[in-house]
Design a protein around this ligand. Structure first.
Ligand code: AMP
Length: 182
């Protein structure tokens, strides 16, 4: 199976759940910028204090801050990894490329998890995270469309994109993802 992966897809598509399963099953590092940022917020670090209000509005924290977090993790990782929630815009994707080139660790596949908006919103409302009320959810979906969705074409043009239907049981979706990575 491919070892250096990136998950793309709207909030609520199940990226975190699927990433965790796939990483446990295949010994990959799960690099979720959202999880890392939430840990900083919980710890009350200066970085967390800076990020918290932005996250609670459903907006994106600064590229510099996120890039610093990712760079530190990737440069100390010898094995495979899965990027979840990063890159979130073209600036981050563009900054990632020279870093991976320098590490001689190019991305091998980008998995796009696809799901209808109505299902996404229902899933997010059920999750009950601090940034999961309806107004914030709509804001996050809008930001996804405007800033993150352009990456779909970016990676399709590089021949890296594989699309997976993210509806069904966790197991079904997981096996679809695994098949797409062989
Ligand atoms: P997630 O867990 O991926 O849904 O991320 C939760 C929140 O963390 C997002 O709504 C953003 O505020 C912030 N965040 C996570 N990843 C990034 C990123 N790559 N760039 C900017 N903000 C991010």
């Amino acid at each position: 199976m491919k070892q250096r992966l990136l998950f793309l897809g709207p909030p609520g598509a199940g990226k975190g759940t699927q990433a965790e399963r796939l990483c446990n099953a295949h010994g990959l590092m799960h690099l979720s910028t959202g999880d890392l940022l939430r840990a900083e917020v919980a710890a009350g670090s200066p970085l967390g204090q800076e990020a918290e209000a932005v996250m609670n509005r459903g907006e994106l924290v600064s590229d510099e801050l996120v890039l610093a977090i990712v760079e530190k993790r990737l440069s100390t990782q010898a094995g495979g990894w899965l990027l979840d929630g990063f890159p979130r815009n073209v600036i981050q994707a563009t900054a990632l490329e020279p870093l991976l080139a320098q590490l001689k660790q190019p991305i091998e596949a980008v998995v796009l998890l696809e799901l209808d908006d109505a299902v996404l919103i229902a899933r997010l409302l059920a999750r009950g995270r601090a940034d999961d009320n309806e107004a914030v959810i709509r804001n996050r979906l809008e930001i996804y469309r405007e800033k993150t969705a352009p990456l779909i074409d970016h990676y399709r043009q590089q021949g890296l994109l594989t699309s997976v239907e993210a509806q069904g049981s966790v197991e079904e979706i997981c096996s679809r993802i695994e098949k797409s990575l062989n």
